[in-house]
Design a protein around this ligand. Sequence first.
Ligand code: GDP
Length: 196
Amino acid sequence: MSQYPEARFLKSANATKQFVPDTGAEVAVAGRSNAGKSSAINVIVNRRQFARTSKSPGRTQLVNFFELRDEQRLVDLPGYGFARVAAAVRRHWGELLAEYFETRQSLTGLILIVDIRRQLTDFDRQMIAFAESVDLAVHILLTKADKLKKGQAAQAVLDVKKEIAERATVQQFSATKRQGEQEARDVLERFLQGGA
Ligand code: GDP
């Protein structure tokens, strides 16, 4: 059973003034497009196709708010392949994200979804920098772990840990195999409680 039976999509925002009221607690989930973010969210929330809303046309450059429970939200921050987006759109998206991180009082943590085979991209480093600038706890899910052999996956975790040192926690994850789902959910819950 889902721990979030009442979870639902709230709204997508293209400007700060469209953000939902800044009360309670919310956790942002970010990832470069195709990293496996939607699949990871669906597994963590344990609701098939939950994050699909974020993938619908026009929503891929918006801040997408979901309610998990009363006064507890998950915010899907889609990233895109940088090369595929016009410069003006990219600039707007960058500004919107910067404003989101700077202004959101209810934001208690960032879960960053990274393809374990790709390691950290510039998008991911930017997200970590945004989070650091406001002292936000960061947890990295290295997803698609099933695509690597165990030893390679363990090495990938070490490589990322080496790069980010104490700036974030890191775990392996696989949506396909449902590997690491409880660990990820525990982090989400801890962030929602407001703790680092
Ligand atoms: P998003 O763009 O970051 O939301 O990525 P999606 O969740 O849509 O996943 C992108 C592609 O990767 C899809 O074809 C998924 O089926 C696949 N994928 C996502 N997670 C996993 C995983 O853990 N293992 C494997 N093998 N494939 C995955």
